[in-house]
Design a protein around this ligand. Sequence first.
Ligand SMILES: O=C(O)CCC(=O)C(=O)O
Ligand SMILES: [Fe+2]
Length: 270
Amino acid sequence: MTMVVMEKKKDDREEAAPPPATVSAPHVQYRWCEACGKLRIMPPGDVPCTGASTCASAESLGLPAFEGVHVFREFVTADEEQALLSQMDEWPWKLSQSGRWKQDFGPKVNFKRKKVKVGNFTGLPSSSRDLVARMQALPCLQDFEPVEQCHLDYRPERGAAIDMHFDDDWIWGERLVTVNLLSETRLSFEHPQHEGAQVYVVLPARSLVAVQGSARTQWKHAVHRGAITDRRIAVTLRELGPDFVAGAGRAEEGRHLLDIAHTFKGTPLP
Ligand SMILES: O=C(O)CCC(=O)C(=O)O
Ligand SMILES: [Fe+2]
């Protein structure tokens, strides 16, 4: 059974949504090419990547560099996806912003005051032990130690989406990792100085996307309402930011939070 709990508190992970624009500029859309990591200049369709004749670098298209996206198809099997879903639906979902539902596993963060507390954090869920080990076997995630996991449930009938935003870069480190469950979607990117252009990354069901580099630090990201065609669940894991890593000022706090995260005994925050 799926339960939803009303939440009065604002989800401070997302920036306040701007007022709806009355006239929105048309966007030039570029699809990120999974085969070569450049941007599609040919219609995507089924045209295979042939390098320079189908794809071009962001810079050659007059855009700032776009690098640091990695997509791994079939990161989880269909059976694992079903097992993850059954477990999530046993737990209550909380209403979030923009029609999303969420479940959170992580420390209590005050972004404005730069304070972090254990709060009700009991660790990442048990199912993440294997998933994290599998992530760490990927070259781009070798030393990835997540301290937070967030489940977001998007459904078309609720018009669910997430507005363009940067994830915080004080508490969270460079790599954002999402396992995309149940249906295909598009993760869109926009550079603040080039709002007329968007780059989108296709995320097949059961794929993993890692976002780092300029795609994380220079480009905002969003999931548009139109990109949700069926129920979709994002399982996003985040690592700690530079202040909290070994040798940095708040390393001890960081280690304590990681020790809790890695008990893998967690249930969602109330
Ligand atoms: O749903 C997604 O894949 C992205 C979610 C996201 O950007 C966030 O939680 O900060
Ligand atoms: Fe985000």
